[in-house]
Design a protein around this ligand. Structure first.
Ligand code: HEM
Length: 154
């Protein structure tokens, strides 16, 4: 990981863990594991062009595969992430990165760009686009670990 030392304390969002619905298992049935891996590779390609790039390792391909393993199991597929990397504990895994609302927005916008063209690109079922977006929207609030009033150090 290419995270610098944290300079700001870990903030817990006041709302606690979000109540989010898992995206539909029909997504995986339609696009297959291969589709999930392609989608996440494209997402990391988007992230690569944002200011979040500095937090990610040199090898974005390998990083995207770790995320894809998570999404395969989230969508009801085999537990690839747990088998390869252990329990997800997603919020904790993100502690090395000072994720504020701005960073969340950048991450989410990059994913939304990929989702917008997912029906055409991977055969992602159009009727599940909204539910998938809602999941990302809600779950990503739980990755935020910098308080809203803490400005980045200059
Ligand atoms: C809110 C904004 C978010 C930011 C800025 C962010 C950023 C990051 C960064 C910098 C890494 C480390 C990359 C690496 O070394 O491989 C990472 C890993 C990861 N993120 Fe996020 N993330 C966010 C939200 C999310 C969400 C909402 C999910 C799941 C729905 C997620 C899933 C993952 C997974 C599965 C990994 C790989 C963990 C591992 O390799 O152990 N992230 N993220």
């Amino acid at each position: 990981m290419s995270a610098p030392e944290r300079t700001r304390p870990i903030h817990v969002p006041a709302a606690g863990p979000p109540q989010v619905n898992r995206p539909s298992a029909e997504i995986l049935e339609a696009i297959g594991q291969e589709g999930v891996f392609r989608m996440l590779a494209d997402f990391y390609g988007e992230l690569e062009q944002t200011e979040l790039r500095r937090w990610f390792p040199e090898d974005m391909g390998a990083a995207s595969e770790r995320s894809a393993a998570f999404f395969v199991q989230l969508l009801g597929g085999p537990p690839l992430f747990n088998e390869r990397y252990g329990p997800p504990r997603m919020r904790m895994r993100h502690f090395p990165f000072e994720i504020d609302e701005g960073a969340r927005r950048i991450w989410l916008d990059a994913f939304h760009r990929v989702i917008d063209s997912a029906p055409a690109n991977y055969g992602f079922p159009a009727e599940h686009v909204e539910g998938f977006r809602a999941f990302l929207d809600g779950f990503s609030t739980w990755m935020v670990n910098v308080a809203p009033d803490e400005t980045a150090p200059s």
